[in-house]
Unconditional design. Structure first.
Length: 459
């Protein structure tokens, strides 16, 4: 399944991927399309077979801190409007423990006999240091059970903290084990965090690969996910690099995710913004590689998800775009319909990558798009591998090849044109222009031209 990898109506940010048995599970926050605030009062879980991470199944609400349509809250101390953020789940001795961050209140731990829940409230975190972990809130908890059975919790917002948990109950912080600033919140040249953009902001997530401990986190340059490594679960940690930047040529905001090996392939799970806010976030995933020296080369954002390429001869929904510049954004009209709005003459929209197949001698093919006109005649130019100038798109360092263009009018319509035939694997980019010049061009600068719903290539 392409990005986003869950159904498009589902908004699961802050995704923590876990593999239990023969299934991959995703635990995260739960956003509402178009909402003016982050998250709601429930946590949901989805899972898929590791052999086919496109067959996602929804397990519904697995925990709640407020009353919902069908259930009372699972906690008796939370407020009516409480919200849940950025959970994590680990397995210990056949039990599955869910760690919840509750906005403005003490977080809690819940337990289940199954990785998909439902989870039953077990306890608030127990910590004798009242000032630690944001006074018991435990923001963005990540929990790790090492091979020796010892358990650790990692948390923080603008300040990182870790501690060892009592592995017998999984909610009690052991006295004397708290370590502050395991990832510095300010530059610290002596340990490699010599730039503010490398330092800790939030979204701690611990993983172990071989004998190396990887801390995935959101640095002060929020749209990125960074990683640091150590030979111990309690550090010291050394900054190693950035894994992904979800805000490059795309509406940016905070990011939160982690790495996971699914059926022999490593992935980075992250999220992207929609609906013109930083609150409506959908889960995405990219393939990554962990090199023998432990480094993870930074990867670009794509439309691929768990796929190797997209099929240009099947209808592509516009909201799969991984490049959206100059104020354009994805919007949800209803549960069945999403589109790109606020497209201007300055906008670039991009899709990485399509496989156009082999050369069968065709010199041309057709291109069709479904649009909603907004009263302005304009033109959509179709490029592969880049755009018309290298400075128009930061991540596209080479000038692309224009294979055609299409005129867009005032009405809601399906428009078609003939373009140059393409073979092989390519990114596709759209740019836009009007025929206005002089003062008229300045007058129409930034004006929404039309809305894009979907498109397809046809041989």
């Amino acid at each position: 399944m392409a990005n986003p990898y869950l159904p498009k109506w589902e908004y699961i940010p802050d995704g923590e991927p876990r593999v239990f048995g023969d299934r991959v599970y995703i635990y995260g926050s739960h956003d509402i399309a178009g909402s003016g605030s982050f998250c709601d009062c429930v946590l949901k879980c989805w899972s898929a077979p590791v052999t086919n991470p496109n067959e996602w199944v929804c397990h519904g609400d697995i925990f709640r801190v407020g009353k919902t349509r069908d259930h009372e809250a699972d906690t008796d101390y939370t407020k009516e409007n409480s919200k849940l953020f950025a959970p994590d789940v680990v397995e210990k001795d056949g039990k599955y423990y869910l760690y919840a961050y509750i906005e403005g209140q003490n977080g809690c731990v819940a337990v289940s006999d199954r990785p998909e829940g439902p989870f039953k409230y077990l306890s608030q975190y127990k910590c004798n240091s009242k000032d630690a972990f944001n006074s018991g809130i435990f923001i963005d908890p990540s929990v790790f059970v090492d091979d020796d059975g010892r358990a650790y919790v990692y948390c923080g917002f603008q300040k990182s903290e870790l501690a060892e948990l009592n592995a017998d109950n999984m909610y009690e912080v052991k006295d004397g084990t708290i370590i502050e600033d395991f990832i510095p919140c300010k530059p610290s040249p002596e340990n490699g965090f010599d730039d503010d953009k490398k330092c800790f902001f939030e979204a701690a997530s611990m993983r172990k690969v071989g004998d190396t401990y990887y801390m995935i986190y959101s640095p002060n340059d929020c749209p990125k996910l960074a990683y640091a490594t150590s030979d111990s679960p309690i550090g010291p940690f050394k900054f190693r690099g950035f894994i992904i930047d979800s805000g490059t040529d795309y509406p940016g905001g905070n990011d939160h995710g982690s790495i996971m090996n699914v059926n022999g392939q490593w992935y980075i799970f992250y999220h992207r913004m929609t609906n013109g806010t930083i609150m409506s976030r959908r889960g995405c995933v990219e393939k990554i590689e962990i090199l023998p020296d432990g480094t993870i080369p930074m990867v670009e954002t794509t439309c691929l998800g768990f796929e190797d390429s997209l099929n240009p001869y099947q209808i592509t929904d516009a909201d799969l775009a991984c490049v959206l510049t100059d104020g354009a954004f994805i919007s949800e009209r209803n549960v069945f319909s999403r589109f790109i709005r606020n497209i201007t003459a300055e906008t670039v929209i991009g899709y990485r990558y399509f496989d156009f197949g082999e050369d069968f001698g065709s010199k041309t093919m057709e291109f069709a798009a479904k649009v909603r006109g907004m009263g302005t005649n304009c033109r959509m130019n179709i490029y592969i591998d880049g755009v018309d100038s290298a400075d128009r798109l930061e991540t596209c360092k080479t000038v692309g090849k224009k294979i055609g263009s299409i005129e867009i009018g005032h009405d809601d319509e399906v428009i078609t044109t003939v373009v140059e035939a393409v073979t092989g694997r390519h990114a596709v980019y759209f740019t836009f222009e009007t025929d206005y010049s002089g003062w008229m061009a300045d007058y129409f600068k930034g004006r929404s031209l039309f809305e894009l719903e979907s498109f397809v290539f046809m041989k």
